[in-house]
Write a protein that binds this ligand. Sequence first.
Ligand SMILES: [Zn+2]
Length: 276
Amino acid sequence: MQMKKKVILSLLALVILNACGTTAFTGRKQLLVFSDEAVSALSDQSYAEFLQSAVISKDALHKEMIRTVGNRMVTALTAYLEGIGQPDYLTGLNWEFQLVKDPAVNAFCLPNGKIVLFEGILNFADNPNHLAIVIGHEMGHAVARHGNERMSQQALLQSAGQIATQVFGQTKYGQNEQAVKLFAQAFAFGSNVGIVLPFSRKHEYEADRIGLYIMALAGYDIYQTPNFWEKMMAHNHSSSFDFLSTHPADIKRIAAIAEILEEAAKYYRDPELRVK
Ligand SMILES: [Zn+2]
């Protein structure tokens, strides 16, 4: 028994050693058991299912605005990461921006870079700068591989016992039943289509930070961000299909955003040229 325990522990240690990554921009060490490709493929399946049940918005004006902002953010992020020799952070990300006909004040991003906004959020984000705040935050989750990290943490928790060898027989494993289950748990996707479980506080703050950096790289006005979140916070939300239920905003979080604005401003090529 002792021996078995020892074997499992050393296996887990091996997995952790082999499965550490660092986040883009912030350089935080993170546990990544899955390959980017595997997580991306799982996201593709969920996204296809989501699109089958969702109604795509007919609001041509806002759809165009979202695509324009999204593409500009993607172009800026890609150029930056390639420029500093870190294009690997883009592996598995096939960005796409959708607007669905749904009054919920909501938005989400899957780990494959598919970003979905619900029409309800346009009540708060109806200009390019505000859309860039929402899109930047969602892109932040994706580029920091928060989905993979959450799945990996759950895999580790669930596997600390007797199934350690079974699950971790190989690191960076591809798509199998276990991975499909973990993805479903990590995102609660499927039964509640369109609901992505809340990320941890740490992930929220990190997505805020990276979102601001991407906004600045793309030339959007990061200084509108605290106001935007205050407006969102004041919105009396009652539905569980709500952006604030998955992205809890409070005074502390808004204060944290305000504190990093100057640092994020360093990512502007020319702050004078930012979108008004
Ligand atoms: Zn978030």
